[in-house]
Design a protein around this ligand. Structure first.
Ligand SMILES: [Zn+2]
Length: 72
């Protein structure tokens, strides 16, 4: 499932690849802004943004909305 980067707001996060092969499921790297995230920290910042927008009566950004016909 694609993940939104809390720094640049794009669906560009991927799991960090380990030197010995495989991937670290707890560390994400953004393909656009190259920020390295702890997965939980990134998720917490995205949830805080959703809360702030809701409190302000604003719509959820499209990047956080499911697409019609999507499988996610
Ligand atoms: Zn980013």
């Amino acid at each position: 499932m694609p993940t939104v980067c809390a720094n640049c707001g794009r669906l560009s996060l991927r799991r960090k690849e380990l030197p010995q092969g495989g991937a670290d499921f707890h560390v994400l790297v953004c393909n656009d802004c190259h920020t390295t995230w702890d997965r939980d920290e990134n998720a917490a910042l995205n949830m805080r943004l959703m809360l702030v927008l809701q409190l302000l009566g604003r719509d959820r950004p499209a990047v956080f909305c499911r697409q019609e016909g999507g499988v996610d």
